[in-house]
Every structure is written in structure tokens, then in C-alpha cells.
Design a protein around this ligand. Structure first.
Ligand code: GDP
Ligand code: MG
Length: 443
């Protein structure tokens, strides 16, 4: 696996504090191979590896990670960023209804199936979708969509194979308007490869119905080929997004990364099976875990966690014995958690954590809160951090000013810290094992 390979690359470098040009060179060779193996486009890999190199050189090695793990972490974060981060790439349906969504792509990519899945998705969102069969070339295509509609209890526009696709689509828009359908999903024809006839037909439909979304449906199994085709469709039609189908198969999903890089358009949904409920809104971090090898990334997070646990548990136990868990520890803990990324995913991996989380409901700070908390604690004197009891009204005012926050926010933090102290005392009663389990949740 990638993490094993990077581990061995870095074995001899253990204990080195900062990543250098030389020690990451070999690691990036492994990263490059892993990405190519996952079917990421060659040029995309080249650009990507370069951006990781720039990020990695000079980075301080986090204490709880080995350099190899740290490279994976950087690669992971960079991949997520390249794919548009974890922002919500929802459908744009904000216009006077009916709005049209046009599905385009090669034959067999999954357009008809995805029309049904998307219809179901929109129905769940309390919209009224109309499915429109506009593939008049394949004999069974119209009947296929009709069957899908029946299975889902969705209305399918009545079209016949002797009509022109653009006429079907225009008529369907009028029908939707008259009958109160707010979303029209157009199932268009595909070909085995891009040709002018198909592109002209699709461009004609686009001009006639002015769809808000043109979704390119790509078969993840076809890898690189899907990327070239996506480029072609985007050039002619200016697509608005991509649906990546058949990710339930062996495809490693590298195509998604390339598609985004080549077209600049986001992946909006992924198809995860033939069944009509097998559609998910796209999450970049899930796909990245898949590209890098799910196990690798989870292992990394677990490792970071366990190293943190051992050291911190020992240190904290000492403090606890003396009843000395102070604001400094509180801050150190928040910083550890921040380094390790998503607290939620960490918590999810710790068995039996559910109850503890409930108990501390609302105790998990968001990224912004975290920044505020850090600023506040950094504005305290060492004396105040060690003994929060001395922080009176005028000190609170000074701390608020120094950290660019309000007295109210300083009060809130102190309250929260007192609660964390209580939890620490509770954990102490549970013994070292309970303490270990609770570590992630003190923030
Ligand atoms: P179209 O020619 O683009 O309309 O493609 P279809 O919707 O007819 O799908 C072609 C084949 O791919 C069918 O057998 C579908 O059941 C299958 N299919 C579509 N989406 C998925 C998916 O996400 N996963 C799997 N495993 N099969 C899919
Ligand atoms: Mg079809």
C-alpha cells in the first residue's frame, strides 16, 4: 500500500525534523505511481505532484506522524482541495420553474439510470420531476426510462421514436409548465464515441430548453477515456458538472480527479450501483480515501491518534494526580486535535465513544471557534493559564482586547474549560483505559 511504501522510503529518515527537497523526492515518486495506478491523467499527476512538493518542502514534521505519514496527509489534503474541497456542489435549480437538467454522455455510461436516480433524489427533496426520454435511436431506450419511472412512481413524458429529440424536449418543457412539474430531466442519446451529429443534436437541445444543469455522465470504469470524452463534451456544450457512475466496481476513481482538472467542472454525484437508490452526493474526501487506499488513510489517522494517546495520556495522568489540568493542557489538546483533522472521524473510530460524545454534546469546536479559543488562550499570561481562578473582570477585558474577541467569548471559553476539567476528573475515575478513550473529546 502507499503508506507502507512511504514508510519504507522514510525509514532511514526517522527523527529528521523538517522535510527537505531530497527526502521527499523519493516519496513523491511513490505518490506519482499510486496516482497513475488509480488512473489519474498523466499531466494531472505531474502538476499535482509538483504542487505537493512545493507544499511539503520545509514543512515541519508533526510529532505524532512519521515523514511518510505526513506526506500522505499533505497528498490527501491537496487532493481534496484539487477536487474542489468539501464544499457542497449541489444542483443549481434556482430559476423560475420548470428548470431543465440535461444528461449527456456516451452510450452505456449510465445516463438513463442516473435520470431515474436523480428523479428519486429530487422527489425526496420535495420537488416534482418529469423524466423525458429523448434518445430516439436505441429501440428500447424510451421503454427503459418508462420502466425506471414506473419503478419510482415518477411521471415520464410521452414521446415517440419518430419525433426529433429537440422537439420532444421543447414539448416536454411546455407540458411541465402546464402540469406543475418544477424540474425536467432530459435523457439524451449517446454514441460509442463523440461525433458531430450527436454534438449538434445536443447543442440544439441546449439552445431550445436552456438547461440550468448539463451533467456529463461518466463511467468510472473507463478511466482515462472518460476524461478525454469529458473534455470533448465540455468544449461543445459547456457542461455544468459531472456524474461519475459505477464507482461500486473496481475503478479506483482517479478519473474523477482528472475530470475536474481537465474540465474545471465539479463532480456533483456518484453512482454506486445498478439499483435506483444507489446515488450519492459527491464528497471529495471519500473519493480521495479511495484513491489513496482507504485503509492507508484511516491507518494514518489511527496512528496519529495512538501516538498522541500514549504520550499525552502519560503526561495528563501526571497532571491529574496533582489535579493540575490547566488551560495550557486544554490548548495543547485542541492543537493536537486540529493537526489530526476531522475530530468527528476520529471519534467514530473509537469504540464506545458514542455515549461520551452525547455527554459532551456541543463541546466540539468548529474550525472558527478553534481559532478564537486559541487566540484567547494565547492572550493569557502563563500565570492565568496555570490558574484560571485569578482571571477577574479586568483581566477578562484585557484578554478579550488582546485576542480580538469579546468578554462574553472569554467567559464562554472559561466555562467550557471548567466543564472539560470536570470530564477529565470523571475519566480519571475510569482509569487509564477510559482516559485513553476520552482524550479526543475534551475540546
Ligand atoms: P446509458 O446508455 O448512458 O443510458 O446507460 P444506462 O443507464 O442504460 O446504463 C448502462 C448500464 O450501466 C446498465 O446496465 C446500468 O444498470 C449500469 N449502471 C448505471 N449506473 C451504474 C452504477 O452506478 N453502478 C453499476 N454497477 N452499474 C450502473
Ligand atoms: Mg440511455
Amino acid at each position: 500500500s502507499l503508506s507502507e511504501k512511504l514508510e519504507s522510503v522514510f525509514k532511514k529518515l526517522r527523527g529528521q525534523g523538517v522535510m527537505t527537497e531530497d527526502n521527499i523526492k523519493e516519496a513523491l515518486r511513490e505518490v506519482r505511481l499510486a496516482l497513475l495506478e488509480a488512473d489519474v491523467n498523466f499531466k494531472v499527476v505531474k502538476d499535482f505532484v509538483e504542487s505537493v512538493r512545493v507544499k511539503a518542502v520545509g514543512t515541519e514534521v508533526v510529532q505524532s506522524l512519521t515523514p511518510g505519514q505526513q506526506v500522505i496527509k499533505i497528498v490527501h489534503d491537496e487532493l481534496v482541495a484539487v477536487m474542489g474541497g468539501n464544499e457542497d456542489n449541489g444542483l443549481n435549480l434556482a430559476a423560475k420553474p420548470p428548470v431543465a437538467i440535461m444528461m449527456v454522455g456516451l452510450q452505456g455510461a449510465g445516463k438513463t439510470t442516473t435520470c431515474g436516480k436523480l428523479g428519486r433524489h429530487l422527489k425526496n427533496l420535495k420537488r416534482r420531476p418529469l423524466l423525458v426520454p429523448a434518445d430516439v435511436y436505441r429501440p428500447a431506450a424510451i421503454e427503459q426510462l418508462a420502466t425506471v419511472g414506473r419503478q419510482l412512481g415518477l411521471e415520464v413524458f410521452n414521446s415517440s421514436a419518430d419525433q426529433k429529440p429537440v422537439d420532444i424536449c421543447s414539448a416536454a418543457m411546455r407540458f411541465a409548465e402546464l402540469n406543475g412539474f418544477d424540474t425536467v430531466i432530459l435523457d439524451t442519446a449517446g454514441r460509442h464515441q463523440i461525433d458531430d451529429f450527436l454534438m449538434n443534436e445536443l447543442a440544439e437541445i441546449k439552445a431550445a430548453v436552456l438547461p440550468l444543469e448539463i451533467l456529463f455522465v461518466a463511467d468510472a470504469m473507463t478511466g482515462q477515456e472518460a476524461v478525454n470524452v469529458a473534455g470533448g463534451f465540455n468544449e461543445r456544450l459547456d457542461i455544468t458538472g459531472v456524474v461519475l457512475t459505477k464507482l461500486d466496481g473496481d475503478a479506483k476513481g482517479g478519473a474523477a480527479l482528472s475530470v475536474k482538472a481537465v474540465t474545471g467542472k465539479p463532480v456533483k454525484f456518484v453512482g454506486l450501483g445498478e439499483k435506483l437508490d444507489a446515488l450519492e452526493v459527491f464528497h471529495a474526501d471519500r473519493l480521495v480515501s479511495r484513491i489513496l487506499g482507504m485503509g492507508d488513510v484511516l491507518t494514518l489517522v489511527e496512528k496519529a491518534q495512538s501516538v498522541f494517546d500514549e504520550k499525552e495520556t502519560a503526561r495528563l495522568q501526571q497532571k491529574l494526580k496533582k489535579n493540575q489540568f490547566d488551560l495550557e493542557d486544554f490548548l495543547a489538546q485542541l492543537q493536537q486535535i486540529k493537526k489530526m483533522g476531522s475530530l468527528e472521524s476520529l471519534m467514530g473510530m473509537i469504540p464506545g465513544m458514542g455515549k461520551m460524545m452525547k455527554q459532551m454534546q456541543g463541546a466540539q469546536p468548529s474550525e472558527n471557534e478553534m481559532k478564537r479559543i486559541e487566540a484567547i488562550i494565547r492572550s493569557m499570561t502563563p500565570g492565568e493559564r496555570a490558574n484560571h481562578g485569578i482571571i477577574n473582570g479586568s483581566r477578562r477585558l484585557r484578554i478579550a482586547k488582546g485576542s480580538g474577541t469579546t468578554v462574553q467569548e472569554v467567559n464562554q471559553l472559561l466555562k467550557r474549560f471548567t466543564e472539560a476539567q470536570k470530564v477529565v476528573k470523571q475519566l480519571q475515575k475510569l482509569g487509564p483505559k477510559g482516559l485513553l478513550k476520552g482524550m479526543g473529546g475534551l475540546g
